[in-house]
Design a protein around this ligand. Structure first.
Ligand code: DGY
Length: 331
């Protein structure tokens, strides 16, 4: 009996060493040791010769690219939770399975969200900067210096109450915030009761009522600029917005305008509309202390990355063993 051929697997970015070692043991794996993002042409050429492509959020796998893939390409096993960078419809049309790595990033992403919920109103980064510039800038404690806004007792409005949104709600409740949420459908009554959460069918009404908005929904055509200029205008001038989901869910230019005009009090962002480019106006607002900016690091933990790798491996193995991979993404 001839041994089963190992699938050829192309991994577009550097992954943790333990994941790469395992990939090499199990597959005919081609790694990207220097970690430079691959061009569209390189990715298409790869899709014409390998069985599995392992892209991540920095690779846009578009319909025209998928249409040029060779018949041997069976699986796009994304090393990511979000799947907005892969045209899942085009892959389905071509009979290519798409998988992602859900669940393992939930707690890490919720932690970073909560860190921003705390850091922006309490001016933590501004405070750090004072000392980072040298202790001379700090004249000592004063009753009126570095005053932020209290977190406890305020209302948080979570846009998208999936796994991450729910994990954010649990943390926010522990910090004394009351939980409000908008979602396509209501969460189950037990979760709502546990969180003492108020469901808002109308996103507009919720935005007008809460003190902190946390964006936790996926990026899809339906959520593109969900937080539009019109909706931002509904928010209170004392309110804050936090986005750890995807940059294009908020109309970034409109948000910048609102921040500059004092129509909202501040923002905490981990994601941007044109990553890795960040609008210089946002950088300026960060220097003025109006926004806290993180470089898309919501899920950046060693544990999370290894678990993502485990999921990619399981998805590949399951498909090549002739079964449906556990994290198949349907169009
Ligand atoms: C994901 O996997 O979708 C994350 O945004 C990456 O950090």
């Amino acid at each position: 009996m001839t041994p089963k051929k190992r699938p050829t697997v192309y991994i577009t970015r550097k992954l943790p060493d333990v994941v790469e070692t395992r990939m090499r043991e199990l597959f005919d794996a081609e790694l990207n040791i220097d970690d430079t993002p691959r061009s569209e042409e390189e990715l298409v050429a790869t899709m014409q010769r390998v069985d599995v492509l392992v892209p991540t959020v920095t690779d846009r796998i578009t319909a025209p690219m998928i249409e040029q893939a060779g018949p041997q390409l069976k699986l796009i096993a994304s090393f990511s939770n979000g799947i907005d960078h892969v045209d899942v419809d085009a892959a389905a049309r071509k009979g290519i399975t798409v998988t992602n790595t859900p669940n393992v990033l939930t707690e890490d992403s919720a932690d970073i969200t909560m860190a921003l919920v705390l850091a922006v109103p309490r001016r933590m980064i501004e405070g750090t900067r004072v000392l980072a510039n040298g202790a001379d800038e700090w004249l000592g404690w004063s009753p009126t210096w570095m005053l932020g806004r209290r977190i406890s007792g305020k209302r948080i409005g979570i846009v998208g109450m999936g796994r991450i949104g729910t994990a954010v709600a649990r943390r926010a409740k522990a910090f004394g915030l009351s939980i409000h949420y908008h979602n396509r459908k209501r969460v189950n009554p037990a979760t709502e009761a546990e969180l003492e959460a108020t469901y808002w069918d109308s996103l507009d009404q919720m935005l007008a009522r809460v003190d902190i908005v946390s964006v936790n929904c996926p990026s899809t055509p339906a959520t593109y600029h969900l937080i539009s200029a019109r909706r931002l205008a509904l928010m209170q001038p004392t309110s804050y917005i936090v986005n750890t989901a995807r940059g294009d869910i908020i109309d970034e230019a409109a948000m910048i305008q609102c921040l500059r005009e004092g129509k909202i009090a501040g923002a905490g962002l981990d994601v941007y509309e044109n990553e890795p480019a960040v609008n210089p106006k946002l950088i300026k607002l960060a220097k003025e202390g109006k926004v806290v900016l993180l470089p898309h690091m919501g899920s950046a933990t060693i544990e999370g990355r290894i678990e993502m790798g485990d999921k990619v491996i399981i998805n590949i193995r399951t498909l090549f063993d002739g079964h449906r991979p556990p994290n198949r993404v349907l169009p």
